[in-house]
Ligand binder design. Sequence first.
Ligand code: DAK
Length: 258
Amino acid sequence: MSFENIQISVDQGVGVITLHRPKAMNALCSPLMDELTQVLDDWEHNSDVRAVVVTGNEKVFAAGADIKEMQSKTFVDVHTENFITAGWERITTFRKPVIAAVAGYALGGGCELAMMCDFIIAADNAQFGQPEIKLGIIPGAGGTQRLTRAIGKAKAMDLCLTGRNMAVEEAERAGLVARVVPVDDLMDEALKAARSIASYSMPSVMLAKDSINSALNTSLSEGMMIERRMFHSLFATDDQKEGMQAFVDKRKPAFKDK
Ligand code: DAK
């Protein structure tokens, strides 16, 4: 597969998607989102891909949806076309873990795309923001919803209403990013994390992801029940036996995803 707006590679169980529209600050135009969807559709069923890293370049992760593409659209256009909605939802339904490796600007839809990933590893030059208010609109892909759940109402209001950027230290303190690393180490760190996830038993990795995601949509008691049932179900796998036997034998487990 070759694409115009992204670059892809697969190595050691990890698929890497690099957003690549350098002249437009990686603005997320519809063709780019379609390409992202196509790759994720393919990798969902590709057993060589056990974890995914989505990244940009050193200066920008993505500066949002493509303003020039949206500029002339009317309410009727965006509503009847269901403008860009379908492509944007794909990453949230991808079942294997996805890490966002963010350097530079992650603004508007760029910040929203990063938040759709399972966690964010950020470079020390990263900046996050929802500047849509400056364009006369509001966020449309989770900037008022996922951001509020991630960092709370006060900071989400501050960012969405003022449109200011949040530097990476503040983003880490607020709980938006999992770790901050020097910009030169970003891809090494993201790949190391993704490879370590890829080395585990896929059934347990996928159920861990499902269980954490259920925390956002359930009461604590319902979530605990989901977690308990998923925990119990993993005792039906060979990999649970292998993982525990390997611990007792003081050796590395050889997981088979069975
Ligand atoms: N769209 C289109 N082009 C963009 C762009 C964008 N978001 N961001 C930058 N560019 C283009 C610039 O126009 C410029 O193009 P030329 O003039 O060279 O042709 C080129 O990239 C370089 O940008 P700058 O000259 O501005 O570069 P600087 O280093 O000076 O500034 C910047 C970098 C990132 C601070 C600045 O470019 C900037 O503020 N960009 C706009 C950020 C922004 O407002 N983002 C929010 C966009 S609205 C939805 C899903 C998603 C969304 C909505 C709905 N659904 C699923 C329904 C999302 C909406 C948004 O993201």
